[in-house]
Design a protein around this ligand. Structure first.
Ligand SMILES: Nc1ncnc2c1ncn2[C@@H]1O[C@H](COP(=O)(O)OP(=O)(O)OP(=O)(O)O)[C@@H](O)[C@H]1O
Ligand SMILES: [Mg+2]
Length: 479
């Protein structure tokens, strides 16, 4: 918003003094602050000083033409969307079309029509203010998530979070390790009406199975040996707030049925008690397992799955949003420099490119760790040689590991992969299955990234072009 007049500030650019005067009178009379400039050069100076909300710009100016000035205004990030209304004394249709094509907000001819001018300025201002309000809210919401990323998948995720947060709907967050499932859960809580209530996290994988019931539901004094005091469980502690059941896929079946009962009745019973207690809890669960596979295997209760999975949210892996990596890296560099009392280090474009090109099987968590390490170990700036090679473990490293280390791996690149024996649905995938799936997915995403340019993909993947072709054939990858 303009620093001065509440109605907004208009910059009038015209070489004719009369026109400037007329507009000053018309707009001043409507409560706008009016500044004037007699040339394009002067106008750009006035804009650089800031505070202008709308520009009225003559097409024909001595020196820099109005259209040139418009182009300059649009080329500057700070004014790329600033409303610019063009005026002309000798309006030709062609000029008008050209002006609008070059990004003018509106166009009209002299002699000026008072109402038309006022209406046009008002409309332009309203649109401009709305846009800035949207920007401001976006920035605020972004901060509230503490999530970084502007890629389409992340924007979609933000929209989904905003939609589900105000409801009581149970949310199931799925996604690979290190993709930000916990951040999503916290964002949903923070954007919900329960934001002032507690957010209680339970790591279902970390609690020994025989303790999970007392952990979740609490116990009465004397309920078992060692229960010297009555203790509230996590469900009770989360009352009027959010209970985050992390790694729910690792919960034992016995505990699952108790959680199911609690979700069905909104009541819990402490261990060693007869009495049930009503709780008002919103449950958010997260897992990096495919719960449908777990259900098929009989390791996860189907009824609980349906109860938890009212609103599924998927936390996208980093390879689906490679375009966010530069943003993440710069932000992490800033954080870790500040944390380590260093002045902010620059990362060279080469180094950044190497980070972008590297696979990130551990997703954002891995990226954060690597950036922390680079910040600490690099010199005054982070250069390409500071970017560590990916660790040679796991399916993601097969490409480079095969080439240098694994003696039988060559067979993989040169021969067709033998058909897999038939396996019952839901059976645990073999390492080979998993590896093929992972390779397939990674190759596909790399190809998509480089517009299916095989040579470039081969470079990024660190394999020979011919081997990539073979691999694509064996994994049935087609455009
Ligand atoms: N969009 C993001 N922007 C910034 N930091 C992020 C983002 N997503 C995740 N992080 C950071 O990455 C790390 C891992 O995130 P988080 O713990 O939420 O992942 P997770 O999916 O729960 O992983 P796991 O399955 O291993 O528990 C955290 O340090 C988190 O702050
Ligand atoms: Mg987690």
């Amino acid at each position: 918003m303009s620093a001065s007049g509440g109605n907004g500030t208009v910059l009038v650019v015209d070489d004719e003094r009369n026109i400037r005067r007329t507009l000053e009178m018309i707009l001043g009379g409507e409560g706008f602050d009016v500044r004037t400039a007699a040339s394009g050069e002067e106008a750009l100076q006035a804009l650089a000083a800031g505070g202008v909300d709308v520009v009225i710009l003559d097409v024909r100016l001595p020196g820099m033409s109005g259209l040139d000035a418009l182009a300059r205004i649009r080329a500057d990030a700070s004014s790329v969307r600033l409303p610019v209304i063009m005026i002309s004394g000798h309006a030709s249709l062609q000029e008008a079309v050209q002006a609008v094509q070059s990004g003018a907000t509106d166009f009209f001819e002299k002699p000026l029509d008072r109402d038309r001018v006022v209406l046009s300025v008002r409309n332009a201002l309203r649109a401009w203010r709305l846009e800035r309000e949207v920007d401001r809210l976006r920035a605020e919401v972004g901060q509230r998530y503490e999530m970084i990323g502007e890629s389409p998948v992340m924007r979609r995720l933000y929209e989904e979070i905003e939609k589900v947060a105000p409801t009581r709907g149970r949310v199931l967050i799925t996604g690979e390790s290190g993709t930000g499932k916990e951040l999503i859960a916290r964002a949903v809580h923070r954007l919900s009406p329960r934001r002032d209530g507690p957010f209680i996290k339970v790591n279902c994988a970390a609690i020994p199975q025989d303790l999970i019931e007392s952990e979740l539901f609490g116990y009465e004094r004397g309920a078992f040996t060692g229960a010297a005091q009555r203790k509230k469980g996590q469900f009770e502690l989360a009352n009027r707030g959010t209970l985050f059941l992390d790694e729910i896929g690792d919960m034992a079946l016995a505990a699952q049925s108790k959680v199911l009962r609690a979700l069905q009745s909104n009541e819990i019973t402490r261990v060693g008690s007869e009495q049930s207690i009503e709780v008002d809890v919103r449950v958010i669960a997260a897992t990096n397992k495919d719960l449908q596979v777990e259900v098929a295997k009989g390791a996860f209760r189907e009824d609980l799955f349906f109860r938890l999975n009212v609103i599924p949210l998927r936390s996208p892996p980093l390879r689906e949003r490679v375009e966010d990596i530069p943003l993440l890296v710069t932000s992490f560099v800033r954080d870790f420099c500040a944390e380590n009392g260093l002045s902010e280090k620059r990362i060279t474009p080469d180094a950044l490119a190497a980070v972008v090109a590297r696979p990130w099987p551990g997703n954002i968590r891995e990226l954060r760790n690597v950036v922390e390490r680079m910040v600490i170990l690099s010199g005054t700036e982070i250069v390409a040689s500071d970017v560590p090679d990916p660790p040679r473990i796991g399916p993601w490293a097969t490409q480079s590991a095969e080439r240098d280390v694994d003696p039988d791996a060559d067979a993989d690149d040169s021969s067709e992969i033998p058909a897999m024996p038939e396996r019952a649905p839901g059976e645990r995938p073999t390492l080979r299955d998993f590896r093929d799936r992972a390779e397939r997915e990674y190759i596909l995403s790399t190809l998509a990234e480089v517009g299916w340019n095989i040579s470039r993909a081969a470079v990024l993947l660190g394999v020979e072009r011919t081997n990539l072709h073979k691999k694509m054939r064996s994994l049935d990858i087609k455009r």
